[in-house]
Design a binder for this molecule. Structure first.
Ligand SMILES: Nc1nc2c(c(=O)[nH]1)N[C@H]1C(S)=C(S)[C@@H](COP(=O)(O)O)O[C@H]1N2
Ligand SMILES: [Mo]
Length: 254
Protein backbone atom coordinates (compact mmCIF):
# COMPACT_ATOMS: atom_id res chain seq x y z
CA UNK A 1 0.00 0.00 0.00
CA UNK A 2 1.32 3.41 -0.92
CA UNK A 3 1.45 6.49 1.27
CA UNK A 4 -1.81 8.38 1.14
CA UNK A 5 -1.23 11.88 -0.11
CA UNK A 6 -1.70 14.29 2.77
CA UNK A 7 0.24 16.93 4.62
CA UNK A 8 2.58 14.63 6.48
CA UNK A 9 3.61 12.84 3.31
CA UNK A 10 5.43 15.95 2.17
CA UNK A 11 7.41 15.84 5.37
CA UNK A 12 7.96 12.12 5.23
CA UNK A 13 9.40 11.55 1.83
CA UNK A 14 12.27 14.03 1.95
CA UNK A 15 13.01 12.96 5.48
CA UNK A 16 13.25 9.29 4.50
CA UNK A 17 15.58 10.28 1.72
CA UNK A 18 17.59 12.33 4.14
CA UNK A 19 17.91 9.38 6.51
CA UNK A 20 19.19 7.22 3.67
CA UNK A 21 21.71 9.85 2.62
CA UNK A 22 22.91 10.33 6.14
CA UNK A 23 23.25 6.61 6.63
CA UNK A 24 25.11 6.26 3.38
CA UNK A 25 27.49 8.99 4.39
CA UNK A 26 28.06 7.42 7.79
CA UNK A 27 28.59 4.07 6.17
CA UNK A 28 31.16 5.43 3.73
CA UNK A 29 32.88 7.31 6.49
CA UNK A 30 33.00 4.14 8.46
CA UNK A 31 34.39 2.10 5.59
CA UNK A 32 37.01 4.65 4.59
CA UNK A 33 38.33 5.28 8.03
CA UNK A 34 38.30 1.70 9.18
CA UNK A 35 42.00 1.19 8.52
CA UNK A 36 42.88 4.37 10.34
CA UNK A 37 40.64 3.41 13.21
CA UNK A 38 42.18 -0.04 13.58
CA UNK A 39 45.60 1.57 13.80
CA UNK A 40 44.43 4.13 16.29
CA UNK A 41 42.98 1.46 18.50
CA UNK A 42 46.10 -0.66 18.08
CA UNK A 43 44.33 -3.64 16.58
CA UNK A 44 44.33 -5.14 13.12
CA UNK A 45 41.37 -6.23 11.07
CA UNK A 46 42.04 -9.85 12.01
CA UNK A 47 41.44 -8.97 15.63
CA UNK A 48 37.72 -9.52 15.33
CA UNK A 49 36.52 -8.77 18.81
CA UNK A 50 38.29 -5.42 19.01
CA UNK A 51 37.29 -4.46 15.49
CA UNK A 52 33.72 -5.49 16.24
CA UNK A 53 33.60 -3.45 19.41
CA UNK A 54 34.79 -0.39 17.47
CA UNK A 55 32.10 -0.95 14.86
CA UNK A 56 29.51 -1.46 17.59
CA UNK A 57 30.59 1.77 19.24
CA UNK A 58 30.32 3.60 15.92
CA UNK A 59 26.89 2.12 15.32
CA UNK A 60 25.77 3.31 18.74
CA UNK A 61 27.21 6.70 17.90
CA UNK A 62 25.19 6.67 14.67
CA UNK A 63 22.02 5.94 16.69
CA UNK A 64 22.89 8.79 19.04
CA UNK A 65 23.45 11.17 16.12
CA UNK A 66 20.09 10.20 14.62
CA UNK A 67 18.43 10.88 17.93
CA UNK A 68 20.14 14.29 18.07
CA UNK A 69 19.21 15.16 14.47
CA UNK A 70 15.58 14.08 14.59
CA UNK A 71 15.01 14.76 18.28
CA UNK A 72 12.34 12.09 17.99
CA UNK A 73 12.17 11.43 21.68
CA UNK A 74 11.31 15.09 22.43
CA UNK A 75 8.66 15.49 19.75
CA UNK A 76 5.07 14.35 19.53
CA UNK A 77 3.94 12.31 16.54
CA UNK A 78 1.11 13.86 14.53
CA UNK A 79 -2.35 12.69 15.58
CA UNK A 80 -5.31 12.27 13.23
CA UNK A 81 -9.11 12.05 13.37
CA UNK A 82 -11.43 9.03 13.20
CA UNK A 83 -12.14 9.91 9.55
CA UNK A 84 -8.46 9.46 8.68
CA UNK A 85 -8.27 5.84 9.89
CA UNK A 86 -7.19 3.45 7.14
CA UNK A 87 -9.98 0.99 6.41
CA UNK A 88 -9.43 -1.84 5.76
CA UNK A 89 -6.29 -1.83 7.89
CA UNK A 90 -3.65 -4.18 6.43
CA UNK A 91 -2.10 -7.22 8.08
CA UNK A 92 1.67 -7.25 8.31
CA UNK A 93 4.17 -9.63 9.87
CA UNK A 94 7.04 -11.81 8.65
CA UNK A 95 4.45 -14.52 7.87
CA UNK A 96 0.95 -14.67 6.38
CA UNK A 97 -2.15 -13.83 8.43
CA UNK A 98 -3.19 -17.45 9.11
CA UNK A 99 0.18 -18.02 10.82
CA UNK A 100 -0.34 -15.23 13.39
CA UNK A 101 0.09 -16.63 16.91
CA UNK A 102 -3.23 -17.50 18.53
CA UNK A 103 -2.58 -16.41 22.12
CA UNK A 104 -5.41 -17.31 24.51
CA UNK A 105 -6.53 -14.84 27.16
CA UNK A 106 -6.98 -17.65 29.65
CA UNK A 107 -3.68 -18.28 31.36
CA UNK A 108 -1.97 -15.35 29.66
CA UNK A 109 0.32 -13.29 31.86
CA UNK A 110 2.71 -10.57 30.81
CA UNK A 111 6.14 -11.41 32.25
CA UNK A 112 8.51 -8.76 33.59
CA UNK A 113 12.24 -9.43 33.92
CA UNK A 114 15.50 -7.60 34.45
CA UNK A 115 15.87 -4.28 36.26
CA UNK A 116 12.32 -4.13 37.63
CA UNK A 117 11.35 -4.10 41.34
CA UNK A 118 7.88 -5.64 41.00
CA UNK A 119 8.24 -8.65 38.76
CA UNK A 120 4.76 -10.09 39.38
CA UNK A 121 3.24 -11.01 36.00
CA UNK A 122 0.20 -9.06 34.73
CA UNK A 123 -3.12 -10.47 33.59
CA UNK A 124 -5.04 -8.67 30.85
CA UNK A 125 -7.82 -7.87 33.34
CA UNK A 126 -5.30 -6.08 35.59
CA UNK A 127 -3.91 -4.11 32.65
CA UNK A 128 -7.43 -3.15 31.50
CA UNK A 129 -8.18 -1.85 35.01
CA UNK A 130 -5.40 0.77 34.69
CA UNK A 131 -6.11 4.20 33.10
CA UNK A 132 -6.25 3.84 29.30
CA UNK A 133 -4.82 6.29 26.76
CA UNK A 134 -6.00 6.44 23.16
CA UNK A 135 -4.27 7.62 19.98
CA UNK A 136 -4.94 7.92 16.25
CA UNK A 137 -1.51 7.93 14.67
CA UNK A 138 0.35 6.94 11.54
CA UNK A 139 2.09 3.58 11.42
CA UNK A 140 5.01 3.69 8.99
CA UNK A 141 6.57 0.46 7.72
CA UNK A 142 10.18 0.35 6.60
CA UNK A 143 8.91 -1.27 3.36
CA UNK A 144 7.54 2.12 2.26
CA UNK A 145 3.84 2.09 3.12
CA UNK A 146 1.99 3.79 5.92
CA UNK A 147 -1.47 3.58 7.46
CA UNK A 148 -3.42 5.42 10.15
CA UNK A 149 -4.88 3.43 13.01
CA UNK A 150 -6.42 3.89 16.43
CA UNK A 151 -5.00 2.13 19.46
CA UNK A 152 -5.62 2.45 23.19
CA UNK A 153 -3.94 1.02 26.24
CA UNK A 154 -1.70 1.75 29.18
CA UNK A 155 0.85 4.58 29.06
CA UNK A 156 4.12 2.67 28.92
CA UNK A 157 5.97 5.32 30.98
CA UNK A 158 3.31 5.07 33.72
CA UNK A 159 3.54 1.28 33.57
CA UNK A 160 7.34 1.27 33.85
CA UNK A 161 7.18 3.64 36.82
CA UNK A 162 4.40 1.59 38.45
CA UNK A 163 6.40 -1.64 38.36
CA UNK A 164 9.52 0.08 39.66
CA UNK A 165 11.55 -0.25 36.47
CA UNK A 166 15.02 1.26 36.56
CA UNK A 167 14.36 4.03 34.04
CA UNK A 168 18.07 4.88 34.08
CA UNK A 169 18.69 1.56 32.34
CA UNK A 170 19.53 1.85 28.63
CA UNK A 171 16.96 -0.46 27.05
CA UNK A 172 13.61 -2.16 27.20
CA UNK A 173 13.57 -5.47 25.33
CA UNK A 174 10.48 -7.39 24.18
CA UNK A 175 9.84 -11.06 23.45
CA UNK A 176 6.77 -12.06 21.45
CA UNK A 177 4.60 -15.15 21.02
CA UNK A 178 6.05 -15.67 17.52
CA UNK A 179 9.83 -15.59 17.04
CA UNK A 180 9.79 -11.81 17.07
CA UNK A 181 11.81 -9.66 19.47
CA UNK A 182 13.06 -6.09 19.57
CA UNK A 183 14.97 -3.67 21.80
CA UNK A 184 14.06 -0.02 22.39
CA UNK A 185 16.09 2.80 23.89
CA UNK A 186 14.70 3.92 27.25
CA UNK A 187 13.96 7.50 26.09
CA UNK A 188 11.64 6.14 23.38
CA UNK A 189 10.05 3.69 25.81
CA UNK A 190 9.23 6.65 28.09
CA UNK A 191 7.87 8.83 25.26
CA UNK A 192 4.38 10.14 26.19
CA UNK A 193 2.77 8.50 23.11
CA UNK A 194 4.26 5.06 23.72
CA UNK A 195 1.47 2.76 24.93
CA UNK A 196 0.97 -0.89 25.74
CA UNK A 197 -1.96 -1.15 23.34
CA UNK A 198 -4.83 -3.47 24.30
CA UNK A 199 -7.38 -2.31 21.72
CA UNK A 200 -7.59 -1.43 18.03
CA UNK A 201 -10.47 0.84 16.97
CA UNK A 202 -12.06 0.43 20.42
CA UNK A 203 -12.23 -3.38 20.14
CA UNK A 204 -10.03 -5.91 21.92
CA UNK A 205 -6.80 -6.02 19.89
CA UNK A 206 -7.49 -8.66 17.23
CA UNK A 207 -5.16 -11.60 16.73
CA UNK A 208 -3.92 -10.22 13.39
CA UNK A 209 -2.90 -6.90 14.99
CA UNK A 210 -1.10 -8.45 17.95
CA UNK A 211 -3.42 -9.92 20.60
CA UNK A 212 -3.04 -9.79 23.55
CA UNK A 213 -1.02 -6.59 23.29
CA UNK A 214 1.40 -4.65 21.16
CA UNK A 215 3.67 -1.78 21.96
CA UNK A 216 2.36 1.16 19.98
CA UNK A 217 5.17 3.64 19.53
CA UNK A 218 4.35 6.18 16.82
CA UNK A 219 7.83 7.77 16.93
CA UNK A 220 9.29 4.50 15.61
CA UNK A 221 8.92 2.54 12.39
CA UNK A 222 6.49 -0.39 12.43
CA UNK A 223 9.07 -3.06 13.11
CA UNK A 224 9.92 -1.35 16.44
CA UNK A 225 6.26 -1.95 17.49
CA UNK A 226 6.28 -5.53 18.79
CA UNK A 227 2.96 -7.45 18.67
CA UNK A 228 1.88 -10.49 20.76
CA UNK A 229 4.13 -9.37 23.63
CA UNK A 230 4.89 -12.13 26.13
CA UNK A 231 7.69 -10.60 28.19
CA UNK A 232 9.36 -7.28 28.81
CA UNK A 233 12.88 -6.89 30.12
CA UNK A 234 14.52 -3.72 31.43
CA UNK A 235 18.23 -4.05 30.74
CA UNK A 236 21.54 -2.39 29.98
CA UNK A 237 22.25 -4.97 27.25
CA UNK A 238 21.09 -4.46 23.69
CA UNK A 239 19.07 -7.61 22.92
CA UNK A 240 18.81 -6.72 19.23
CA UNK A 241 15.72 -7.58 17.25
CA UNK A 242 14.24 -9.78 14.53
CA UNK A 243 14.79 -7.21 11.77
CA UNK A 244 17.55 -5.27 13.50
CA UNK A 245 19.71 -8.43 13.49
CA UNK A 246 19.15 -8.71 9.73
CA UNK A 247 20.52 -5.26 9.12
CA UNK A 248 17.64 -2.82 9.59
CA UNK A 249 18.72 0.31 11.39
CA UNK A 250 18.38 -0.11 15.15
CA UNK A 251 17.16 3.41 15.97
CA UNK A 252 14.57 3.67 13.15
CA UNK A 253 12.81 6.80 14.28
CA UNK A 254 10.03 8.29 12.21
N1 LIG B 1 5.39 -10.16 17.00
C1 LIG B 1 5.56 -9.45 15.86
N2 LIG B 1 5.54 -8.12 15.94
C2 LIG B 1 5.70 -7.38 14.82
C3 LIG B 1 5.94 -7.99 13.55
C4 LIG B 1 5.96 -9.40 13.50
O1 LIG B 1 6.13 -10.04 12.44
N3 LIG B 1 5.76 -10.10 14.69
N4 LIG B 1 6.12 -7.21 12.41
C5 LIG B 1 6.45 -5.80 12.61
C6 LIG B 1 6.26 -4.99 11.41
S1 LIG B 1 7.47 -5.04 10.21
C7 LIG B 1 5.17 -4.17 11.26
S2 LIG B 1 5.01 -3.12 9.92
C8 LIG B 1 4.11 -4.12 12.31
C9 LIG B 1 2.70 -4.34 11.77
O2 LIG B 1 1.80 -4.06 12.81
P1 LIG B 1 0.23 -4.01 12.59
O3 LIG B 1 -0.25 -5.41 12.51
O4 LIG B 1 -0.31 -3.30 13.77
O5 LIG B 1 0.01 -3.28 11.32
O6 LIG B 1 4.30 -5.07 13.33
C10 LIG B 1 5.64 -5.20 13.75
N5 LIG B 1 5.67 -6.03 14.92
MO1 LIG C 1 7.13 -3.16 9.03
Amino acid sequence: MLLKPNSSQKLLLPRTKQVKNIERRFFMGRALSFGALSMLAGCNVADDSKAQSILDAMSRWNDGVQEAIFGATNQLATTYTEADITDPFPFNAYYSEDKAPDVKEEGYKLELTGLVDKKAPWTLAALRALPQQSQITRHICVEGWSVIGKWAGVSFADFLHMVGADTKAKYVAFKCADDYYTTLDMASALHPQTILALTFRDQVLPRKYGFPMKLRIPIKLGFKNPKHIMSIEVTNEDRGGYWEDQGYNWFSGT
